[in-house]
Ligand binder design. Structure first.
Ligand SMILES: Cc1ncc(COP(=O)(O)O)c(C=O)c1O
Length: 396
């Protein structure tokens, strides 16, 4: 079927975080394009499966480790990426940030270093801090308007005995890079040289620009699988964030046992939500057609913003997006590092609620992250508001 991503769906009355919990300082009528979920209807097969499940009328405890459920996940990995995974390596978690916090607790002790690559998805820092771990930044290199990995710096950081884990975001949020096979191999080789763990967050792996190829880390580096934990989920891909369903891949037998002991034995947090599982199974088994159409639509939104900036705000630069639905825009040509001024303009003058670049680390000062998984008319509204505000401020 042909999906209509232009449809405006009223999210009021759904307690949507994106609308009801705007970033501090935003007026109530700000256009909400911050938190990463989509304003698009879920794929028809997911809605149908949920309706059918609801018609079964009973929502008792539901199992994750069934052939139907694990098979749907593993089959998705295989058909999309040629990644062959085993059932016994899959573990359920209610969310990837939760899984990340659990993994930090299992792989590191208080005070030990967790290496991240800023600008980076800010909960990586928040959860490390709240668990008493020390964040160590190995910043990405930003040159000629795009990002690459600073392998020399990464080598230095991983060589430090106190630094135990690399958190590798693949594809990278917010830089939008889909790492090449060579880049992933080099990252793994550095960690392998010092026998360090990698927590690889692959939540955005399905959301690529058309023509891009995703390389699962465990396919690139099966030789190092024993020191890698991978986090995947249908939540970003299929707009199911509220369904609280993610799949964590762990090969190392000791870590598997420690995971089961903590999540199951100690905390009893291993139960999956009935509807989340229904949605996930339908998404992975039948959601591909919707996803392919979504990707084309997102490409169009990125192209629209790029053209708009080039025509109207030529000193702003959208970092070329290879993956995610998050536009990462450098406004330093207008604000020269004055992130507070940029925030003020976006929130108070343009009335758009975005993720300010500085929350991803200092390297993000003067940037904005715009969630463009929304109908084109909303993207147009956002860009018009920004342009009008920049004109009022006499910046253009
Ligand atoms: C890189 C990354 N990891 C994790 C998450 C959130 O995952 P969850 O909702 O499963 O905790 C996001 C959401 O934006 C993300 O961008």
């Amino acid at each position: 079927m042909k999906y209509n991503f232009d449809e405006i769906i009223d999210r009021t009355g759904t307690s949507a975080t994106k609308m009801e919990s705007l970033p501090k300082g935003c007026p109530d009528d700000a256009l909400p394009l911050w938190v990463a979920d989509m304003d698009f209807a879920c794929a028809e097969p997911i809605l149908k499966a949920l309706h059918e499940r609801i018609d079964k009328k009973i929502f008792g405890y539901t199992m994750y480790d069934t052939d139907e459920c694990l098979g749907a996940v593993l089959n998705w990995y295989k058909k999309r990426y040629g990644w062959e995974e085993q059932k016994e390596n899959l573990f359920f978690c209610g969310g990837i940030v939760s899984a990340y916090a659990v993994l930090l607790n299992l792989l590191t002790k208080e005070g030990e270093g967790v290496v991240i690559q800023r600008p980076i998805y800010y909960p990586f820092t928040m959860k490390a801090n709240s668990n008493g771990r020390q964040i160590v930044d190995s910043p990405l290199i930003y040159a000629d308007g795009n990002y690459t990995i600073d392998f020399d710096d990464l080598d230095k950081k991983m060589a430090e005995p106190n630094n135990k884990v690399l958190v590798f975001c693949s594809p990278h949020n917010p830089a939008g890079r889909v790492w090449t096979e060579e880049e992933i191999r080099k990252v793994v080789d550095i960690c392998k040289k010092y026998d360090k763990w990698i927590i690889c967050d692959e939540i955005h792996c399905d959301l690529l620009r058309c023509g891009m190829t995703f390389h699962p880390i465990l396919k690139v580096a099966p030789d190092y699988a024993d020191r890698i934990a991978v986090c995947t989920a249908p939540s970003k891909t299929f707009n199911l964030a509220g369904m609280k369903t993610s799949n964590i891949v762990i090969h190392n037998k000791e870590l598997q046992a420690a995971w089961k002991e903590l999540i199951g034995g100690k905390l009893s947090m291993n139960g999956a939500g009935t509807l989340g599982l229904t949605a996930m199974i339908a998404a992975y088994n039948e959601g591909e057609e919707w996803l392919e159409q979504l990707k084309e639509y997102l490409d169009g939104n990125f192209a629209y913003i790029d053209a708009f900036l080039k025509e109207h705000l030529p000193k702003a630069h959208m970092v070329p997006s290879e993956g995610t639905y998050l536009a990462w825009i450098d406004f330093n040509g207008y604000v020269d590092g004055d992130a507070e001024k940029l925030e003020e303009i976006m929130q108070k003058k343009a009335r758009v609620a975005l993720d300010e670049g500085y929350i991803f680390g200092d390297a993000g000062r003067g940037f904005e992250r715009i969630n463009i998984a929304t109908p084109r008319s909303v993207v147009e509204d956002c860009m018009d508001r920004i342009l009008k505000a920049f004109k009022e401020e006499k910046l253009v």
